[in-house]
Design a protein around this ligand. Structure first.
Ligand code: SAH
Length: 372
């Protein structure tokens, strides 16, 4: 048993079963033993691989989006580029490289990294040293500069703690984590029924599970509020659905393999799929529809293709040997192909101005990925 296992069991013994979000919070972000607190989990030798770690193409195209959006916003003279959960700093490095030659863009930029993990903060500083740009690290979104911001979050929202709710004959009940007769962690249901935590499709049969992340809601509201006050735009990219559905998507991954979420606490990545339709509703309810007419959801594949994935891959491949060309074409398939990340991953774009955001033009509604 890890020290964190002991802490979690003790907490359950004294205070009773815990919400799934409390369990995720402890496993991922415990100040001493949390998964992200203690390690760099990314890459082949780690537990999972993200789009920027697959290929520079991803970050370069996100850079193209940011630069084009900045220009469409009238090229503001001061803009904060804010990345949430920057991992190893790879995405930011590719963004900065790809936008270096756009006149005035880097001169207008300040770079802000929202990161709680000391291990990853150190890695980000190292990765981004080459750029010569001053980095400011933040624990949260409280102290962002009072200027327009360009927000980017890739595989960040899925790591924020999420609750699960079960439909019983009485209504929606919290799914909680407690201890069984052998003192093993187990799921149970709190018998106090509560109102549905978000808009969900009805009818829902008994036993149906839904998920809701108060932490995601809070984070998005802060982003939208800043965007409304000071102007700006952003991209939230993650796996999830563009239709609110039912289902248990909590998953634990270790060394690139799915494991039980109750595997040694703090030793595996824990995530849930992001409900993009819900995030979009939050943005709209916060009034983004009136000031930011453009909140839109795209599939990652369509988004990248529209921004020029194939053209950029072709240009990279033209100077490369056969083996590198093969690597590039495999990366294109993983990033944008239907069996890769192309459909499963979604992109939510928003802007304080009613401009036509690049990457969202050719999107058809996705009916394919409801969880049940
Ligand atoms: N965006 C990166 C890394 C994704 S992993 C990539 O695409 O490669 C999730 C990242 O979010 C890590 O950097 C992790 O330390 C950070 N993180 C998780 N929860 C956080 C929180 N509540 N506040 C700030 N950063 C967080």
């Amino acid at each position: 048993m890890s020290p964190l296992d002991v802490i979690i069991r003790r907490q359950i013994e004294t205070s009773g079963p815990m919400f799934v979000s409390q369990y995720m919070q402890l496993c991922l972000a415990h100040p001493k033993y949390g998964y992200y607190t203690t390690r760099d989990p990314l890459g082949v030798d780690g537990d999972f691989t993200t789009a920027p770690e697959i290929s520079q193409l991803f970050g370069e195209l996100v850079g193209v989006w940011l630069a084009a959006t900045w220009q469409q916003m009238g090229s503001p003279a001061s803009v904060a580029l804010v990345e949430l959960g920057p991992g190893r700093g790879t995405l930011m490095a590719d963004i900065l490289r790809a936008t270096k030659s756009l006149p005035g863009f880097h001169a207008a930029l300040s770079v802000h990294l929202v990161e709680t993990s000391p291990a990853l903060r150190a890695k980000q500083v190292e990765t981004l040293k080459f750029s010569g740009i001053t980095l400011t690290h933040h624990d949260d979104l409280e102290n962002l500069p009072e200027t327009p911001c360009l927000f980017v979050a890739n595989e960040f929202f899925d790591a924020l703690p999420t609750n699960q709710w079960v439909r019983t004959d009485k209504g929606w009940n919290a799914r909680k984590i407690g201890l069984d007769a052998e003192s093993q962690l187990t799921f149970g249901v709190d018998l106090t029924p509560l109102p549905a935590p978000k808009q969900v499709p009805e009818p829902a049969q008994e036993g149906t599970i839904i998920e809701h992340s108060p932490a995601q809601d809070r984070m998005l509201r802060q982003i939208i509020e800043h965007t409304q006050r000071f102007g700006g735009a952003g991209l939230i990219i993650d796996y999830g659905s563009d239709i609110t559905g039912h289902g248990d998507t909590l998953q634990a991954v270790r060394h690139h393999q799915p494991v039980s979420p109750f595997v040694t606490a703090g030793e595996a990545d824990l995530t849930t799929h992001v409900d993009f339709a819900h995030l979009q509703r939050i943005a709209q309810e916060a009034g983004i529809e009136t000031t930011c007419e453009t909140t839109c959801i795209a599939q990652q594949g369509g988004f990248l293709l529209e921004l020029g994935l194939l053209e950029r891959a072709g240009a990279l491949g033209a100077q490369a040997d056969a083996q590198t060309r093969e690597t590039i074409s495999l990366a294109v398939e993983r990033l944008a192909g239907d069996v890769g990340m192309g459909i499963l991953f979604k992109v939510l774009g928003f802007c304080s101005l009613p401009i036509c955001l690049p990457g969202f033009a050719k999107q058809a509604p996705d009916q394919s990925n409801q969880t049940d």
